[in-house]
Design a protein around this ligand. Structure first.
Ligand code: 9MG
Length: 258
């Protein structure tokens, strides 16, 4: 899964707007490099990022989605927790809803259940604004995340989401310290017990920077690829990454030699 953040800071046209050509070039590059799915997001979820209005998010995401769907065969997911964005994406035949809020927003489960679209349910503690302010897991991070994902998947199935539509994600970096992230990674293969495919996103995240001695974002590619390869070995079926070519190459070699 290649990450496409349709935000002015990712694809600046030199000012406050997103450059359409730059977005299209990035999609083409990710697909050529081997991405099976493009994850389109219009609001950054990194810690402390500002919220974006509903209209702004729709304006950023929908035209790109329409273009990707008509232009290539890659699956398309939409990274959103807003039911209205989900609804309008479903109308454009989006393939997966990637929800960091695990369909907890009002009306989200019903939309996904009624449409039959696939969904990724992710764990997070707190909100992107406050989630890194001293997160605490009294019963251990693995136990809490595992129980939460099991309960959310059950609740969604009870409300009509087909089990085969569900993917789960422990949400690395979402309300987790480096120690929490390491504990989760150590036991990553145990999430397979839940019988749902697993999505892992660690690409260029702070945990990679910290493990390398606080290196900046643009020096986290090799560390991210190493972590993605290990996640695949531990059973992850979808890897959410910025650096598609590098990750695909590492996965090909890892899996061939396994
Ligand atoms: C939107 N987003 C940012 N990080 C993510 C992660 O780790 N998983 C998923 N599913 N989405 C993410």
């Amino acid at each position: 899964m290649g990450i496409l953040n349709v935000t002015p800071d990712s694809f600046s046209d030199g000012g406050r707007f997103v450059s359409k050509d730059a977005v299209r070039r990035q999609v083409d590059a990710m697909v050529a490099a081997g991405a099976d799915m493009i994850d389109i997001g219009g609001e950054s979820t990194r810690p402390g990022a500002p919220e974006v209005s509903l209209q702004e998010e729709l304006d950023r995401v929908l035209p790109v989605m329409e273009w990707v769907k008509s232009h290539c065969d890659a699956y398309v997911s939409v990274d959103t927790y807003k039911p209205q964005v989900m609804k309008e994406s479903i109308a454009l035949s989006v393939d997966m809803i990637n929800d960091i809020n695990a369909l907890e927003s009002d009306g989200a489960v019903e939309l996904v259940a009624d449409s039959g679209v696939a969904v990724c349910l992710m764990h997070k503690k707190g909100t992107p604004k406050n989630m890194q302010a001293n997160p605490v897991y009294e019963n251990g991070v693995f136990n809490e995340v595992f129980k939460y994902l099991a309960a959310r998947a059950d609740a969604c199935v009870q409300q009509g989401v087909k089990p085969e539509a569900i993917t789960l994600d422990p949400g690395f970096g979402f309300g987790k310290t480096l120690t929490h992230n390491i504990e989760l990674f150590e036991r990553l293969e145990m999430f397979s017990e839940l019988q749902y495919p697993l999505l892992v996103g660690v690409s260029r995240k702070r945990m990679i920077g910290e493990l390398l001695g606080d290196v900046p974002v643009d020096e986290r590619v090799i560390g991210s690829v190493a972590a993605a390869s290990l996640a695949a070995l531990k059973g992850a079926k979808i890897l959410r990454v910025h650096d598609v070519a590098e990750t695909v190459q590492a996965l090909k070699v890892t899996m061939a030699l396994l």
